[in-house]
Design a protein around this ligand. Structure first.
Ligand SMILES: [Ca+2]
Length: 137
């Protein structure tokens, strides 16, 4: 009866208590950070869009992820963040410069380049401020 716990203790000396606790703390910290941001339109589906090529779709996805991670989907006036799909829907309208419903390779690569150059951030900021100006009372 007493041999099993001893064996378990010998196999996992002291560690199993600390490691889960660290993971729990890390999870709680993450959860705490995430809860501060309200996700807007969490259940909206992605709008249908056609890419000229899989490479174009990849370029767009890369740029979209980068923008999302750096906070381009944050809508400061309402202290929220667009859901990934809502952000996708917003961005495809911007990427599709000629509005033909097809994201050409050129449009996708331009979007990726703008993302990497950070130049577009001012445009985005202008757009957001345009929406947010009503917020002043
Ligand atoms: Ca287009």
């Amino acid at each position: 009866m007493t041999r099993l716990p001893t064996l378990v203790r010998r196999l996992h000396p002291a560690r199993p208590m600390t490691r889960p606790m660290w993971m729990l703390l890390a999870l709680l910290a993450l959860a705490g950070c995430k809860q501060k941001v309200r996700i807007l339109n969490p259940n909206v589906p992605r709008n249908p869009i056609v890419f000229e090529s899989p490479e174009g779709a990849d370029a767009f996805d890369t740029a979209l992820d980068e923008r999302y991670d750096r906070g381009d989907a944050d809508i400061k006036p309402v202290k929220g963040r667009l859901s990934k799909n809502a952000f996708f829907n917003q961005q495809i309208e911007k990427v599709d410069e000629n509005g033909d419903g097809i994201i050409s390779d050129l449009e996708a690569s331009r979007y990726l380049k703008r993302t990497e150059d950070d130049d577009d951030e001012e445009d985005d900021e202008a757009l957001k401020n345009g929406n947010g100006q009503n917020g002043h009372h």
